[in-house]
Design a protein around this ligand. Structure first.
Ligand code: N01
Length: 479
């Protein structure tokens, strides 16, 4: 096949796509990466304690099982090392253009090809695969006065390691998964940590442990043990968490586990009350952590639940006064529902993707959009998980896209039919109806209008089945 493929992003998704192209002998691809190295979110998020709350053996490619994980839950350095190792092992580096950001892509109908514009110029490609992730652009809060602050401030995903926090007064705004991971580390060295909590999160224990040499060696020597462990993890994680998100049998159990965790780790009933959520478990991303609550009970940590009124030159102001700070860390999440923004993507008939998506991003199988021929997405709309490893979804998507390439090579450009998109939208809406994400909470799973644009509302096995291979009837082809 002589197709040329532009891959945008060198994180889990982009690397997976490139590896499968390499395996298929298709070397006419380029990965454009805006950062200085591979790794995506695992290159960017280097805050103290950064790691994954999905088990390591699950958070890796099925075709590149890594028997060397040292812990049940991997730390950021170990995941980054895994991705770098994959890039090297599969010989991807010569085709990765680092520090090169894709700013726009437009489909040239006369050529049936994409004009991909980057910070280095413009090139033509037959196929574009966006693998930019959902959590790549940090979101600063819309709080007045952020520029007035006279101390140091930064976002958790852009940690300023030049700052020594020893003895400092640190204000943390936000208390999601990122904050839960770094607050325990920061609290060990800071003089005072004020955690500004707008909404409490449900927290369940993270049973982390080092594997130890014996187990690591056994995983390495016995592939069947490794395979079996991975399979068990997959079934266990999905089996317990998915029914809860769908309002099923495990909801009560999970709630009980979370409340028990809170009770065991926070003896003070008044603090416990402030940390108890009033919305259904799973509505927001569940925090999986065993060090967060103990950190909040430290004498140098204060959980502030008063509303922030503004950022003042000397710290964070709430209705009850000024909380002085030397450093403010914004752990305020990402522009998750903007998907491919700020890239300007233009399809057939001059259609702009941001215009098509003005009421919320959507894509057939989370992968393809009508009027955008030969454009595919990895980790696109409605493919995020609250209950298992995103690497599984990425592999399904990459397999599907690989299955599309022979059609493009043989029948010309390939574009999902609007009727297929309508059917897809209806089935997604039906499945979404039972999910807990709709239930009285705000979260990054939804866009500003409250539509769940990010999450996949069924079991991952369902997604694997429907993405097994492309159905030609869902597409129109053009030479
Ligand atoms: O961001 P978040 P995150 N004033 O969006 C608060 C993944 N991840 O970086 O809940 C005051 O979850 C906001 O408050 P509220 C994981 O999927 C994975 O922590 O909106 N507060 C909230 O507390 C995760 O879900 C791992 O009321 C404001 C926080 O900021 C995703 O990344 C590890 C505010 C934002 O929380 C994002 O997590 C880490 C304001 N104006 C992250 N604006 C793994 O282990 C926002 N907030 C796999």
């Amino acid at each position: 096949m002589s197709l040329t493929v532009a891959i945008i992003g060198a994180g889990f998704g982009g690397l997976c796509m490139a590896i499968q192209l390499e395996k298929a002998g298709i070397r006419s691809y380029t990965i454009f990466e805006k950062g200085a190295d591979v790794g995506g979110t695992w290159r960017d998020n280097t805050y103290p304690g950064a790691g994954c709350d999905i088990p390591s053996h699950l958070y890796s490619f099925s075709f590149e099982k890594y028997s060397s994980w040292t812990r049940r839950y991997p730390g950021q350095p170990e995941i980054l090392d895994y991705l770098e190792t994959c890039a090297d092992k599969y010989g991807l580096r010569p085709r990765i253009r680092l520090n090169t950001e894709v700013t726009a892509a437009s489909f040239d109908e006369s050529l049936g090809r994409w004009r991909v514009r980057t910070t280095a110029g413009e090139e033509l490609f037959d196929v574009v695969v966006s693998a930019v992730g959902q959590l790549n652009r940090p979101r600063m809060p819309d709080i007045a006065g952020t520029s007035d602050f006279e101390g140091v401030s930064f976002h958790s995903a852009r940690w300023d390691h030049s700052q020594d926090l020893t003895g400092k007064r640190v204000a943390v705004i936000g208390n999601g998964s990122s904050a839960a991971q770094f607050i325990p580390r920061v609290a060990e060295v800071a003089g005072q940590v004020d955690v500004f909590q707008r909404t409490p999160n449900w927290v369940i224990p993270k049973m982390d442990a080092a594997f130890g040499d014996t187990l690591t060696t056994a995983f390495r020597r016995m592939p069947s043990l490794h395979r079996g462990y991975r399979e068990w993890l997959y079934r266990y994680t999905e089996g317990a968490l998915y029914p809860a998100l769908a309002g099923g049998w495990s909801t009560g159990l999970l709630r009980k586990i979370a409340l028990g965790h809170l009770h065991d780790q926070v003896p003070d009933p008044e603090l416990r009350a402030r940390l108890t959520p009033d919305y259904p478990i799973g509505c927001k991303r569940i925090v999986i952590d065993s060090a967060f609550y103990p950190a909040l009970t430290r004498p140098n940590v204060n959980v502030v639940t008063d509303r922030i009124t503004r950022i003042a030159p000397g710290g964070v102001e709430t209705a009850t006064g000024l909380h002085k700070a030397d450093v403010i860390v914004y752990a305020t999440g990402f522009h998750a529902s903007d998907f491919l923004a700020p890239m300007e993507i233009t399809g057939r008939e001059g259609r702009r993707l941001d215009e098509e998506w003005k009421d919320g991003a959507e894509a057939y199988l989370g992968i393809a959009v009508p009027r955008f021929p030969n454009l595919f997405m990895v980790y696109g709309p409605n493919t995020n998980l609250g209950h298992s490893s995103i690497v599984f979804m990425i592999e399904c998507q990459v397999g599907y896209i690989m299955g599309c390439l022979p059609y493009i090579a043989g029948r010309g450009s390939m574009e999902v039919r609007p009727e297929a998109m309508d059917t897809w939208r209806r089935s997604l809406d039906r499945a979404m109806g039972k999910m807990i994400w709709q239930a009285g909470c705000t979260s990054w799973y939804k866009n500003v209008a409250g539509r769940v644009t990010n999450n996949w509302p069924a079991a991952t096995t369902v997604y694997r089945r429907i993405t097994k291979e492309p159905r030609p009837g869902a597409f129109r082809f053009a030479r």
